[in-house]
Write a protein that binds this ligand. Structure first.
Ligand code: ADP
Ligand code: MG
Length: 687
């Protein structure tokens, strides 16, 4: 059997492959492009393209594609074969530098939020040389950004790359102030922990709700859910183990550092975490991971559910976005150092994050907003919709000491003077206890825990990078050209702590008392996706993104429209699926069973159940009719944001009402009459 080290990254055109296959000069040029964002000249691109093609063909690839991430949330690819006609009716395999660098897919069928006028359907894809090309199913995939012909971003990668540039620009100014020699760039890093469910494919195929919407829209709780807490970290079942083994192998071949796997809290729920990587690569890898999870699951007769809330009554799935900033010399800027200077630098970056989260709570909330995630946030299983920062006791006490110019420490209390004193080290285990915080410092990184499981990590990291870049910009403006740098630094850090400590909360985020307290502190609480999206275009947000050149105002408008529309369309699909299932599957199930009972009402059981079910059918039918009216109302609401609010305020409550009666009826109906697999089957059939 092949060892992991032998096949790890075998399908990736990575640095080792490039080094081996490119002329020295070309390799150096590519490396310069990857590390410093220098443009690759066309002749070098042609050499790279040729080497890539040769390598891909040797590995059995016949096609290439520009692999990109449009606003649909999933990846897109259009395959072109390498063949090119040659004399005498034969073909040669060709792939030019131009084909590597730029593609021109028809953009007209991707969401553009009004950016792309219909007369200009073309868009273009541009190679991202910082993320390696790879082979997937016999196709050479080239990671690309996707823009309109006017240069506006139509995808998730473009703003992410721009936001990384923004952090780089501003962080370099700060690092210069601290005299960091040899640092030429900084990059943010991300390690996304991915939760998911596995269900049996035969069960899945019999549920229209799972097929059309990825979540169950009906279903009574089985006698057993997650109450025994016997699934979390439990022994992994053989079928799941076989799936995980295959999945790991596929991911490793693609150079994805899949590291940790375990069962999660809910039955049938699992988690996979990779080792962290540079943000844009982590984002690409997470998209690939989600795709490959679904593919590998099918091979095992399973379906991988990435929806945030596939089942009512048990936990949903999230994605923890572990985030930090590192220099090209390998220094993690969110790790306290050994010298007073390193510590002062750490405190300044820490303060940038604290201030950023406080000032842009709304943006972070918006970045995780989706119809699916609305079922989780604030639902006592995931962080609340209120954003706060967890720092742990030790760090909080240090900040308090600095704020008040008070001594800090155990026996030998010392006055904490920024830039003069050394901070204690914060071991991971003393900082990582709180699992209820939406945004937790975990020793050398922040863990943003509000993301939904199906989301691309790009959105949240675009926000995180940009808001931190903005604070670093303000800090650099203030600290540059100060004669007393240490004094100015101390004052700045003290001021930030004073003004933004309201965002720090180390208690239980699931507690209702916290929500009340958060309101007193003036923290924002945007409960649903439409509520959150309504703040995207607030003046402060537009000015943030435009000033750092991450989004133009037109791009922001388009994204707002795309997100509102995605919400509104999804809720309507869910509502129509419920109507379909109620008419075609579930009411007929109940009615058939009642008729069977009615032919021979001899026992109390039969009489009683029949009358209860008849009443439930009447109520369900009433609720169904009402739901149809609400769907009609939504359909008639032309304005997209307005329609999203109709979905939230009218359609969703009507869906809940219908579900209530049908779920109750399910508990009274004989199993053989129930048309669809039950929660019990979905959650426990995989053994
Ligand atoms: P937990 O479940 O306790 O949160 P895990 O070990 O499952 O911890 O996940 C932690 C994640 O954080 C991993 O993906 C890890 O690679 C990532 N991580 C560690 N250091 C950094 C860093 N400097 N930047 C970004 N992510 C990091
Ligand atoms: Mg975690």
């Amino acid at each position: 059997m092949k060892q992991i080290a032998e096949y790890f990254g075998e399908n990736v055109f990575n640095e080792n492959v490039m080094k081996a296959r490119l002329p020295k000069e070309t390799f150096k040029a590519v490396k310069n492009t990857m590390d410093n964002g220098k443009r690759l000249d066309p002749s070098a691109a042609a050499v790279v393209a040729n080497a890539m093609k040769e390598w891909a063909i040797e590995k059995g690839a016949t096609h290439y594609t520009h692999w990109f991430q449009p606003m649909t949330g999933i990846t897109a690819e259009k395959h072109d074969s390498f063949i090119s006609p040659s004399q005498g009716g034969s073909v040669i395999m060709e792939f030019s530098g131009k084909e590597l660098i730029q593609g021109e897919p028809d953009a007209s069928s991707f969401p553009s939020g009004g950016l792309r006028a219909t007369f200009e359907a073309r868009g273009y894809t541009a190679w991202d040389p910082t993320s390696y090309a790879f082979i997937k199913d016999g196709v050479l995939c080239i990671p690309t950004a996707f823009c309109s012909y006017g240069g506006e971003a139509l995808d998730k990668k473009t703003p992410l790359l721009r936001s990384m540039e923004a952090v780089n620009r501003q962080a370099m100014r700060i690092l210069k102030l601290f005299g960091n020699e040899g640092v030429t760039s900084v990059k943010t890093t991300v390690g996304p922990e991915q939760e998911y469910f596995l269900v049996d494919k035969e069960d899945f195929d019999r549920r229209k709700d799972l097929i059309y919407t990825g979540r169950t829209l009906f279903g009574a709780m089985p006698p057993k859910g997650q109450e025994l807490e016997d699934h979390y970290f439990g022994v992994i079942k053989p079928r799941v183990q076989a799936f995980m083994k295959d999945l790991n192998e596929e991911l490793w071949k693609l150079g994805i550092l899949a590291k940790t796997e375990h069962n999660e809290v809910a039955p049938a729920q699992h988690e996979l975490a990779p080792i962290f990587a540079t943000t844009n690569i982590a984002a690409d890898h997470n998209q690939l991971t989600m795709e490959i999870m679904q593919k590998v699951a099918k091979k095992h007769g399973l379906v991988c559910l990435l929806h945030e809330k596939p089942f009512d009554g048990v936990n949903g799935s999230g994605k923890h976005n572990n985030w930090s900033i590192s220099t090209n010399t390998g220094v993690n800027l969110l790790e306290p150092g050994d010298t007073p200077y390193e510590n002062a630098q750490f405190l300044l970056f820490l303060c940038a994050v604290i201030k950023a989260v406080d000032e842009y709570q709304d943006l972070l909330r918006i970045s995780v907003a989706s119809a699916g995630n609305d079922h989780r946030l604030g639902a006592n299983e995931a962080p609340p919709a209120v954003i706060s920062v967890f720092l742990g006791q030790e760090l909080t006490e240090i900040l308090e000491a600095i704020e008040k110019d008070e001594p800090y420490g155990g026996k030998e209390k010392e006055l904490m003077k920024v830039g003069v004193h050394v901070l204690p080290k914060f071991p991971k285990d003393t900082t990582d206890r709180n699992r209820t915080s939406p945004f937790a410092f975990t020793g050398n990184k922040f863990e943003f825990r509000m993301l939904g499981s199906s989301a691309s990590v790009s959105g949240s990291n675009v926000v995180l990078n940009t808001v931190v870049a903005e604070e670093l910009r303000q800090f650099a403006d203030e600290l540059e050209n100060q004669s007393d740098f240490n004094g100015a630094l101390h004052d700045l850090i003290q001021k930030v702590i004073k003004e933004h400590k309201r965002i720090i909360f180390n208690g239980n985020g699931y507690d209702d008392a916290w929500i009340a307290e958060a309101e007193k502190r003036g923290l924002s609480n945007l409960k649903t996706t439409p509520d959150a999206l309504a703040h995207w275009l607030d003046e402060k947000n537009v000015s943030l993104f435009t000033s750092h050149k991450v989004f133009s105002e037109a791009e922001m408008r388009s994204r707002n429209e795309i997100l509102f529309e995605a919400y509104e369309k999804l809720i309507k699909i869910e509502a129509r699926t419920m109507v379909d299932m109620a008419y075609h599957d579930l009411l007929p199930s109940i009615s058939k069973y009642v008729r069977c009972l009615d032919t021979d009402l001899t026992s109390d059981y039969e009489k009683n159940i029949s009358s209860q079910l008849t009443e439930l059918m009447n109520k369900a039918y009433g609720a169904l009719t009402e739901l149809e009216l609400k769907i009609q109302k939504a359909d008639e609401t032309v304005d997209i944001p307005e329609c999203a609010f109709v979905c939230k305020d009218d359609v969703i409550p009507a869906m809940a009402e219908l579900r209530k009666y049908i779920d109750k009826a399910e508990t009274l109906t004989a199993s053989e009459y129930w048309a669809i697999p039950t929660y019990g089957e979905l959650l426990f059939d995989v053994r």
